[in-house]
Design a protein around this ligand. Sequence first.
Ligand code: ATP
Ligand code: MG
Length: 288
Amino acid sequence: MSLTASAEPRPRATRIAVTSGKGGVGKTSLTINLAVAMARLGHRVGILDADFALGNIDVMLGLTPEVHLGAVLEGVKRIDEITLDGPSGVRIIPAGSGVRALTALDDDRWLRLAAAIDEAGRDLDFLFFDTATGIADTVLDVIRLADYALVVTSYDPAAVVDAYAVIKLITAADAAKPIGVVVNSARDSEEGGLVFRQISLAADRFLGRTLRYDGHVLEDRQVRESVFAQMPLLLGADVAGPATGCIRRVASRLASARPNGSGGPWPAPPGRIERGSPAATMEAPRCA
Ligand SMILES: Nc1ncnc2c1ncn2[C@@H]1O[C@H](COP(=O)(O)OP(=O)(O)OP(=O)(O)O)[C@@H](O)[C@H]1O
Ligand SMILES: [Mg+2]
């Protein structure tokens, strides 16, 4: 029996859009570290820098791309010609920085982007989209191309309100889009659980949406230091910091939900949180 010939179509990558509403909550650093953690679990992972005009994934990784996504959107390069090898084999598709033409994409560029994402995901298990901050149409259109929206927030009330706002807009665009929440820079697991329950109850009550809690990541100065060192936290010398276990936990959760990257819906979250139910006061999961 041949090991190479197969009538089975290859499942395409599961696309995870990491988004937030409010800026600076940790989308890019979380995306990089989740991707590395999932690669280290044996998955084939890529990151599309979907902050098209102000992308900085490459900067955070100390990479110096000569061409970026703009060349693909102009139709002068293929996606494989601009893809870089990142840490732990994570494939990086860099965006432009300070490229005004990428702030708004016309129909032709959107079609090329969608085709490029299909192409990029052909031999990957997971493809992350690190979105721009805010709720511009470009951000929502990128999320539309994803299988799963991972909304990142912090304990900051403005970040919580903006996370809810983005969930509302994602739902308005696609009521069936699965949405998960990660609470970043949390002081402890209880804080993470509290923030999730606030958003989850509002989504349940006002949008009729069940959200999945993908966990919290603890506040950790090493995350900031790893950004300055242009080295993912999980590859640093000291990998035993408070955030590390949390990131691995979130990565395992994302990876185990869709290990083969097929195109179907994500499973429902374990235990929908009903208002006033015992689950509403359940203990939040811990990292380690
Ligand atoms: N768990 C954490 N603990 C401490 N600092 C963190 C944590 N997560 C992220 N940070 C820091 O917060 C800052 C902002 O992170 P990052 O750039 O990833 O956010 P972002 O949401 O992508 O921002 P932007 O809106 O500009 O795209 C960085 O300095 C990063 O190191
Ligand atoms: Mg960012």
